[in-house]
Design a protein around this ligand. Structure first.
Ligand SMILES: *Cc1c(COP(=O)(O)O)cnc(C)c1O
Length: 389
């Protein structure tokens, strides 16, 4: 009964026509549309290679594997993210640890990262990979993270699930200038959608080739990859590694490729909505999203942070009041290590104080292209009432 969700897709006739055209074609999967979608995203981002997969979760998994993450390795990420950013390390048999957040951007804090690295170097527990997440679409301090990567020898995967269409220091997120691999999500709540879907982009041809193998059973049909076999036998493909079926279908790619046409328009609309909220919410006991000068956010989410000492409601009461009024607001995110599965791995309450403080104060309010001015005014009216009651 949530009349206005926190996020949703925007599908037009061109999107529908693109998917129908694939349905009428010879190939529903492994045709020409997946490569076309990959090319469109790579060109947009200014990255040399792109590998489409069936979700960002799969993208994170193969990105970790291709960077050599395995048993005995450690991966670090932020606690304020979707669980997939951490689970990918566990899929590889590695362990995962969390770096507290910056209280202004809510992204992984470079100061905390530097401190934790200095300590880890002494105890011999340096991470093999660090996964910064561009929360809400706002890019992390990538120059800072990249410099620490050089110093301590870790690789970097940018989780840009929220951030396609955004920019860092004036350049598109996904150009991998400060990372080894960037991954995107095309889930319907994200900035563009393919239904389900994800992609990895990189400037390293070897990594891209390895990720292509991993997404399809470790099978290659490229003659150069093949091992010698008796000439009278038929060897039109060979499995040369252990991979998965993480392929994207052409149906999904057709939707994604069609959505790429409107990516800039979507992000512009998201900025207009954010600006409108910034104005409407001025003077209320809450913090609107702070934006770093280096950042042009993808604005996947609009997160408000309640000043609870200036209101009569608890965060939960506030959340319930908004839901009761028909607003499908959400919390992004519960710190990953507070999840029961992670608690059972040994993580304790209090581990990342800034992340926990953030979690106890935030609410994501509706933000998506197609959200009308009237709907935004309604959202703000409900917010005001809930704050003043
Ligand atoms: C949505 C999301 C994912 C996972 O995306 P899927 O495409 O649903 O697998 C990973 N990381 C972050 C930060 C996300 O928001």
């Amino acid at each position: 009964m949530n009349a206005i969700p926190y996020g949703r897709q925007d599908i037009n006739q061109a999107d529908i026509d693109a998917v129908v055209a694939v349905l009428r074609s010879d190939f529903l999967t492994q045709g020409q549309v997946v490569p076309a979608f990959e090319k469109a995203v790579a060109n947009y981002c200014g990255a040399q290679h792109a590998v489409a997969v069936n979700s960002a979760t799969s993208a994170l998994h193969i990105a970790c594997l291709t960077l050599g993450v395995g048993q005995g390795d450690i991966v670090w990420t932020t606690p304020i993210t979707f669980v997939a950013s951490a689970n990918c390390a566990l899929y590889c048999g590695a362990s995962v640890d969390f770096v507290d957040i910056d209280p202004r951007t809510y992204n992984l804090s470079v100061e905390c990262l530097a401190e934790k690295l200095a300590l880890a170097e002494k105890t011999g527990k340096l991470p093999k990979v660090v996964i910064p997440v561009h929360l809400c679409g706002q890019p992390c301090d990538m120059t800072g993270i990249h410099a620490l990567g050089r110093k301590y020898g870790f690789k970097i995967i940018e989780d840009a699930s929220h951030a396609i269409g955004g920019k860092y220091k004036g350049e598109p997120i996904g150009n991998c200038r400060y990372s080894d691999i960037t991954i995107f999500s095309f889930h319907p709540v994200k900035i563009i959608t393919s239904g389900e879907g994800g992609m990895t982009v990189t400037n390293d041809a070897t990594l891209a080739q390895h990720m292509r193998l991993l997404r399809s059973h470790g099978i290659s049909s490229t003659p150069a990859d093949m091992q010698p076999r008796p000439a009278q036998e038929i060897w039109n493909y060979q499995q040369i590694g252990l991979g998965f079926n993480y392929r994207m279908t052409d149906l999904h790619a057709a939707l994604g490729l069609s959505q790429m046409q409107r990516l800039d328009e979507f992000v512009t609309q998201r900025h207009a909505i954010a600006k409108h909220y910034d104005q409407l919410l001025r003077g209320l006991p809450l913090q609107t999203p702070w934006q770093h000068a280096d950042s042009y956010s993808g604005y996947h989410l609009y997160v408000i942070r309640l000043k609870l000492d200036e209101t009569r409601k608890t965060q939960k009461q506030f959340y319930m009041a908004l839901h009761a009024a028909g607003l499908g607001v959400n919390v992004h995110y519960i710190p990953v290590y507070r999840q029961p599965y992670y608690e059972q791995l040994g993580f304790k309450v209090g581990y990342c104080p800034q992340a926990e403080q953030y979690y106890s104060e935030v609410i994501s309010i509706p933000m998506y292209p197609g959200l009308t001015d009237e709907q935004q005014d309604f959202v703000v009216q409900i917010l005001r009432r809930a704050l003043e009651e």
